[in-house]
Design a binder for this molecule. Sequence first.
Ligand SMILES: [Fe+2]
Length: 134
Amino acid sequence: MAYLWTPALATGVAEVDQQHQELFRQVNALADAMRQGEGKGSIEQTLDFLANYALQHFASEEQHMSQMNCPAAAENKKAHDQFLAKFREMREKLDTSGVSSTLAIEMHDFLGNWLVNHIQKIDCQLQPCAAGAR
Ligand SMILES: [Fe+2]
């Protein structure tokens, strides 16, 4: 299943919203690579790209939140750290056991669900902060 960014997930910060849209594209690209039975190398490449992009995005989003004195800043950073730990754990599992369709579906669902829930619950708290900063 494809995970989609919708205007209901807008944070009010254009840069953050663009990065979220790119994250959705990458999560879906991962599913496509898996569905098309692309090799382990290609799936690993997609995951590496996703991990790097997520790191850059988290840093940029955390900076926006702290600059705007957004009350969700600490909770956001904690959630990002937890995500990265879980991502690393899944990545290690994939490196050890190899790419299986079960693990592939598990990763895709984890990433997609995390993204939607995290943006809704935490990142969208940027909205009032961004409105106040205007
Ligand atoms: Fe976030």
